[in-house]
Design a protein around this ligand. Structure first.
Ligand code: DC
Length: 221
């Protein structure tokens, strides 16, 4: 099986690029962030506080999370229910950022991710894919962009949706999330030694996708 790992901070364009690359190569796109979000939704629905690490550790084993592909889209099932529509709320994002730092949560989801990658050619994106989940991936990319650029992209996205947004606040949230993801004890976000760094600050989507496809062709030739 061919495994492509794409890691990097929030807002670097991982999912857009990973989806594009997967489509181009006819691989499956695995969004691991969505799995952490589904776990967070489960914890939130069970009334667990985001700071209560002990309860999170105990409760996470009860979450029945699985993945299906419908019309090429990843569908995350929680106890059989398609929870994709509920994964992008502010509450779920905040809970995911905290609960993903709990070792028991990671152990369960990493297992699921490794099973998926063992069965098919995948492009998998996340924070620890090249370092922990798929250390033997044939291609590893570390995708990043400056905080300012990522905040501006998010700001424009919200504006397009007609949602109120303050650029400085978004930038502060992104910087805080980066800090949490990079300094947590378990599987912190970092570039794997054998990953190729791609800084997308001054690049458009097509350019990034082309560059990554070129890297993939070189590494898998
Ligand atoms: O990429 P995202 O924003 O959907 O990720 C949601 C949260 O899950 C985020 O706080 C980082 C965390 N995450 C993680 O710890 N490991 C991964 N492989 C993917 C996401």
């Amino acid at each position: 099986m061919i495994n492509i790992a794409i890691d990097g901070p929030a807002g670097a364009g991982k999912s857009t690029i990973a989806k594009r690359v997967a489509k181009e190569l006819s691989y499956i796109y695995v969004d691991t962030g969505a799995m952490y979000r589904a776990m967070a939704l489960y914890l939130h629905r069970n009334g667990i506080d985001a700071d209560d690490t002990q309860r999170i550790a105990a409760a996470c084993t009860g979450a029945d999370i699985s993945i299906e592909y419908r019309d090429g889209e990843q569908v995350v099932l929680l106890g059989g229910e398609n929870v994709n529509p509920y994964l992008r709320t502010q509450e779920v994002s905040a809970m995911a950022s905290r609960s993903s730092a709990v070792p028991q949560v990671r152990t369960r989801l990493v297992e699921l991710q490794q099973e998926l990658a063992a069965a098919r050619n995948v492009v998998m994106d996340g924070r620890d894919i090249g370092t922990v989940v798929l250390p033997d991936a044939q291609v590893k990319i570390y995708l990043t962009a400056s905080v300012e650029v990522r905040a501006r992209r998010r700001f424009l996205e919200l504006q397009e949706k007609g949602e109120p947004a303050v650029l400085e606040e978004i930038a502060a949230e992104i910087a805080e999330r980066d800090h949490r993801d990079m300094t947590r004890e378990v599987s912190p976000l970092r570039q794997a030694e054998d990953a190729v760094l791609v800084d997308t600050s001054d690049m458009g989507i097509d350019e990034v996708a082309d560059q990554i496809l070129k890297i993939v062709r070189e590494k898998t030739a």
